[in-house]
Design a binder for this molecule. Structure first.
Ligand SMILES: [Mg+2]
Length: 179
């Protein structure tokens, strides 16, 4: 496995279905879609931003729910309805001014593999498909929609040594700085 320079990672790219959600899409009779997101993922994304990281979402589907969730969490770049994810990733690199050597990506299914192969770090949920689990540098304990993004953010920040800066806000006396 390649050596990962965690201090270089500045951009975190996320797939939506199966990563930020459990992969279920609930369709109403009127055709409206519902997805559910994990609050712990949301706070993880806020920690990442607070420490100066950039966030991107690249998804093969299109939904207003994703637009709203992304706005709520101050996601820098959102690309929806992109079945081919690599060209979308190239756009995100250009827009964010960050290259693959400074990018971490989280995916769960085959369309995510090309992104996972080019980025410096890749992660997946515990219930990702086998080929993705084999490609990932880090397989989460959490399943999709159950805190995957939070787990990845904690992993990245702890390896980079910057997690204590997150904890400072909650335990200013330093008790929480062991992790
Ligand atoms: Mg997916």
């Amino acid at each position: 496995m390649n050596q990962i320079d965690y201090n270089r990672i500045r951009l975190l790219v996320l797939d939506v279905d199966g990563v930020m959600t459990d992969g279920r899409i609930i369709l109403s009779a009127s055709g409206e879609e519902t997805k559910s997101f994990c609050v712990k993922d949301g706070s993880g994304m806020k920690f990442w931003k607070r420490l100066g990281g950039k966030l991107a979402i690249i998804t093969g589907r299109q939904s207003e729910i994703v637009t709203r969730r992304a706005a709520e969490l101050d996601v820098d770049e959102v690309r929806q309805n992109r079945k081919m994810k690599l060209p979308a990733l190239e756009e995100v690199f250009a827009a964010a001014g960050v290259g693959p050597e400074a990018t971490a990506v989280v995916g769960d299914d085959l369309p995510d593999l090309p992104m996972m192969r080019v980025c410096a770090f890749s992660a997946c949920p515990s219930d990702a498909v086998e080929e993705v689990r084999r490609q990932a540098d880090f397989v989460c304990q959490a399943a999709g929609g159950r805190g995957v993004v939070r787990e990845v953010v904690e992993h990245l920040l702890k390896r980079a040594g910057t997690w204590p800066r997150v904890m400072e806000r909650y335990l200013p006396d330093g008790e929480g700085n062991q992790g």
